[in-house]
Design a binder for this molecule. Structure first.
Ligand SMILES: Cc1cc2nc3c(=O)[nH]c(=O)nc-3n(C[C@H](O)[C@H](O)[C@H](O)COP(=O)(O)O)c2cc1C
Length: 328
């Protein structure tokens, strides 16, 4: 297989991918997105690969991997720093059916980076090289990297580009903030442009794409091969369709409210099937709501977030929908 035939998107197309997001992009949410807006690829939340545990990936992560549908490619993202454990995990997830694997070189949070994995690995090319080359040799399908713009400086990322090419990485996803920056400031897509200029690998641009206009601007400015949508898609799943020109790029407040209500309702029923107990379902719904930015619906969204029971949440959601239906 050549790199272009094994990419998880059609040659010549501009893929729009749903980002991996811990706590959010579980199999229920991915399933809803696949049904409603069909991203060109979806990612698991990061699969934590532990060196110590007997089973080096959890039972739940195994279920996430096997939940792949034939409709949309599922990319399984690994995070870890122990080469043997990562190799074992790569074999395991492929046995479970994964064909597209990705490594997280971006996570900015202490527990991960302190252990020199996730974004912490960007500081240590000597350690990263055998991990990437070892994984490449163990992975039969695509192997991609999702990276931030260096640990403290984009130069750290630029230095790694030849390594990514030499190791046979198939594509790169760039979130152009440094690890130290976490989520502060703006994603600086001039860095994405520079990565596109410096590498022959396909680059997928990610970061701060909240509207169709943002997405078109980033594509035009960076010449990236495609986009990855994170918080913007959780806020508005139809962002995929807006970017494709299949849905209006701007909608009025009443339509937004109806769309938001229907999205949250559909997600709630999927979460009730997947998660155990009202409190867990409530908690998972609130994680999604935390990403909803909507000035017109700010008050009802705040109320939903303050609901202490799932019953109250469901009642408030129903009221939110009824008010909206009245306005449609
Ligand atoms: C709640 C949350 C969880 C995330 N979890 C992951 C993850 O598991 N793996 C990963 O590579 N990035 C993760 N990210 C980063 C996103 O994939 C993405 O790179 C980042 O949010 C920037 O894109 P956006 O502005 O479109 O959201 C997470 C981000 C958020 C907000």
């Amino acid at each position: 297989m050549t790199a272009s035939t094994r990419l998880p998107w059609q040659p010549g197309s501009v893929p729009l991918m749903l980002a991996p997001m811990q706590g959010l992009t579980n199999r229920a949410l991915r399933g809803l997105f696949i049904e409603q807006v069909r991203p060109d690829a979806v990612f698991t939340e990061f699969v934590r690969v532990k060196a110590s545990a007997r089973k080096n990936i959890s039972g739940n992560d195994r279920q996430e991997v096997t939940s792949s549908t034939s409709q949309v490619p599922l990319v399984v993202q690994l995070i870890g720093s122990d080469i043997q454990a990562l190799l074992t995990a790569a074999v395991t997830v492929q046995e479970l059916g994964a064909t597209h694997l990705n490594i997280n070189l971006g996570c900015p949070y202490g527990r991960m980076t302190g252990n020199a994995c996730g974004g912490g690995m960007l500081r240590d090319p000597g350690r990263l090289a055998p991990i990437l080359c070892g994984l490449r040799a163990a992975i039969r399908g695509t192997f991609s990297v999702k990276a931030r713009a260096g640990f403290t400086d984009p130069a750290e990322l630029f230095t790694l580009l030849p390594l990514f090419e030499e190791c046979g990485i198939d594509f790169l996803i760039i979130h152009p903030r440094t690890v130290k920056q976490r989520y502060a400031g703006q994603a600086d897509h001039r860095i994405t442009t520079e990565v596109v200029r410096r590498t022959r690998l396909p680059v997928i641009a990610n970061g701060d794409i909240f509207t169709a206009a943002d997405g078109h601007r980033v594509l035009a400015e960076t010449h990236a091969a495609g986009l990855m949508l994170g918080r913007g898609a959780i806020n508005d799943p139809f962002l995929f369709e807006r970017l494709r020109g299949n849905a209006p790029v701007e909608i009025d407040a009443a339509t937004r409210r109806i769309q938001l209500y229907r999205y949250l309702q559909a997600l709630l029923s999927r979460y009730q099937e997947l998660f155990c107990g009202d409190q867990q379902v409530l908690c998972k719904m609130k994680e999604v709501l935390c990403q909803v930015r909507e000035s017109a619906s700010e008050r009802p969204v705040r109320q939903l977030l303050r609901s202490r029971t799932l019953a109250l949440f469901a009642e408030r959601l129903e009221n939110f929908g009824n008010d909206g239906e009245g306005q449609e």
